[in-house]
Design a protein around this ligand. Structure first.
Ligand code: ADE
Length: 235
């Protein structure tokens, strides 16, 4: 696979939140190695009045504040050259899943718009044909942690970030199943033995056990994924 850089561009009112957790572990190491880049822009820099206003009260009332379309449009125009899809993090968006993460990792980068307050004027989201992405059915105080989660999940898939020893093949979601449970030394801990087959050295038996466990646990823990998996098997 051709190794090319992945460029993340983040539009936020809190640029100081970055790189935050992305400076550590796999993401931080690969950032230092130049496998991916991170650029943050302060949305407030695009305010044009002397009070640096970025938001307004929502039409129709209802409290909170809404980021203005012209401010967001100016910020987006400033990063017009940045590669990849324009992503607005919002609980109204499509739920992030591993397929979306894989698709994003196949692009040269992405531009993330982090909302605060009650949200962003929808007209600029629509006009820029932004992809609206949610990381789950709960409300964060802003899109920044959501952007970090999307970036983290993409970065670990970039070529050269994870070791070759273990591909992404066995991971949860890579084959539509949750991953089997894992065990390490000692073989007996608190009187509980790790599954004997795992220490047997029989690669085929181990693979069979792992698949059976992955199926059993997916069925038990995530009936929604199990349904999808069964449907995919029938295709
Ligand atoms: N902003 C606030 N909550 C969010 C969520 N669940 N996903 C993405 N962005 C958000």
């Amino acid at each position: 696979m051709a190794v090319s850089r992945w460029d993340a561009t983040v539009l936020t009112l809190f640029p100081q939140m970055f790189p935050g957790p992305l400076a550590s572990s796999l993401a931080g190491k690969s950032l230092n190695q130049g496998i991916w880049t991170l650029k943050t822009l302060d949305i407030r820099d695009f305010a044009s009045d002397k009070h640096q206003t970025v938001d307004g009260t929502p039409f129709g009332g209802g409290g909170g504040m809404v980021l203005k379309a012209d401010i967001v449009a100016a910020a987006l125009a400033h990063v017009a050259e940045a590669p990849g899809p324009r992503i607005y993090l919002t609980p109204r968006g499509r739920l992030l899943d591993q397929q979306t993460v894989r698709d994003l990792a196949g692009q040269p980068g992405a531009v993330f718009l982090c909302g605060r307050y009650e949200g962003v004027d929808q007209r600029v989201i629509d006009e820029a044909s932004m992809m609206e992405v949610s990381i789950g059915d709960y409300i964060l105080s802003g899109g920044e942690p959501a952007a970090m989660i999307v970036i983290d999940s993409v970065v670990r898939l970039l070529p050269g970030v994870m070791g070759k020893e273990r591909g992404h093949r066995d991971e949860s979601f890579e084959n539509g199943l949750l991953e089997h449970a894992q065990y390490t030394q000692p073989r007996v801990w608190h009187g509980i033995e790790a599954p004997a087959v795992l220490a047997s050295g029989h690669h085929q038996k181990i693979a069979q056990w792992r698949l059976a466990e992955a199926e059993r646990e997916t069925q038990e823990r995530r009936p929604d994924l199990w349904e999808q998996y069964l449907r995919a098997q029938q295709e």
